[in-house]
Ligand binder design. Structure first.
Ligand SMILES: Nc1ncnc2c1ncn2[C@@H]1O[C@H](COP(=O)(O)OP(=O)(O)O)[C@@H](O)[C@H]1O
Ligand SMILES: [Mg+2]
Length: 244
């Protein structure tokens, strides 16, 4: 198959994907656009594209060195990442270490309740339906993944959670919860894709006790807490200063 370079293949809420001319390699360009509540709230976070691309690249490198297969190929500029093309499995895999967000709303659990062992949840990646929570049986009914793939997704997610929880702990940051996307590469291997950033993780600064001051992630945007750029910047500084 010939691929013509620099074709815009898809523009999402946070990134644009381009072809590169190289077989099975794409360019992911990170944008400053921010959305929340299924894109009902929109805005811009200055420098977010560059910060998320840089944070994501560093985290993918850490995960690769710990044996997790990812789509990461290289960071080309501050907001451009080269990635392996995958067919995304339309499931958002969410891992929770402390209760927050929709889990609190839907269960009544108090914000910050320790979840041990961590909870792995599957959501249908479908904006029109509002990314609903799936059960394993629904997911299989919808043929979003095979039973084997569901087990692989959960196992990989828990492994990644262990690596990232320890990594962020070293940064003085609590990894409250986060969302992962996986895909199949051209050899049908299941690999980690998309991004890992303050847009997709809840991160609490361990040097702050005040519940609104400790937030270092997109909840600052969702909940109008202000100082979003500086929070993302602090995450980037601390992440870049650590390696596993
Ligand atoms: N390696 C990859 N190959 C193909 N698609 C990918 C890869 N990594 C991420 N994607 C997809 O790129 C799209 C753009 O990302 P994003 O802007 O976050 O989109 P969305 O608005 O759907 O969240 C998403 O649909 C995501 O699943
Ligand atoms: Mg996205």
């Amino acid at each position: 198959m010939t691929t013509s370079p620099n074709q815009k293949l898809y523009e999402g809420k946070a990134k644009i994907l381009y072809s590169t001319g190289a077989a099975n390699i794409l360019l992911s360009v990170f944008k400053d656009d921010a959305t929340a509540f299924n894109a009902q709230k929109r805005g811009t976070i200055q420098g977010k594209g560059a910060m998320n691309c840089t944070i994501s690249s560093h985290l993918f490198r850490q995960l690769e060195s710990a044996g997790i297969p990812t789509h990461f190929v290289g960071q080309l500029s501050e907001n451009e990442m080269q990635v392996k093309a995958v067919t995304i499995i339309p499931i958002e895999v969410v891992i929770r270490n402390l209760a927050a967000g929709s889990l609190c709303k839907q269960t009544g659990l108090e914000l910050g309740t320790l979840i041990a062992p961590p909870l792995v949840e599957f959501y249908y990646k479908n904006d029109e339906l509002g990314d609903p929570l799936l059960t394993r049986d629904r997911l299989l009914l919808m043929k979003l993944a095979t039973p084997d793939q569901v087990d692989q997704l959960a196992n990989l997610a828990l492994k990644i959670n262990k690596i990232l929880t320890d990594f962020f702990e070293d940064c003085g940051i609590t990894l409250v919860d986060f969302k992962l996307e996986f895909g199949l590469d051209h050899t049908q291997q299941l690999i980690l894709a998309d991004e890992i950033s303050p847009d997709t993780c809840r991160l609490w600064n361990q040097s702050e006790t005040d519940p609104s001051r400790r937030v270092m992630d997109k909840d600052r945007f969702r909940n109008d807490l202000g100082e979003i750029e500086s929070a993302y910047q602090l995450v980037m500084q601390r992440v870049l200063a650590h390696s596993i």
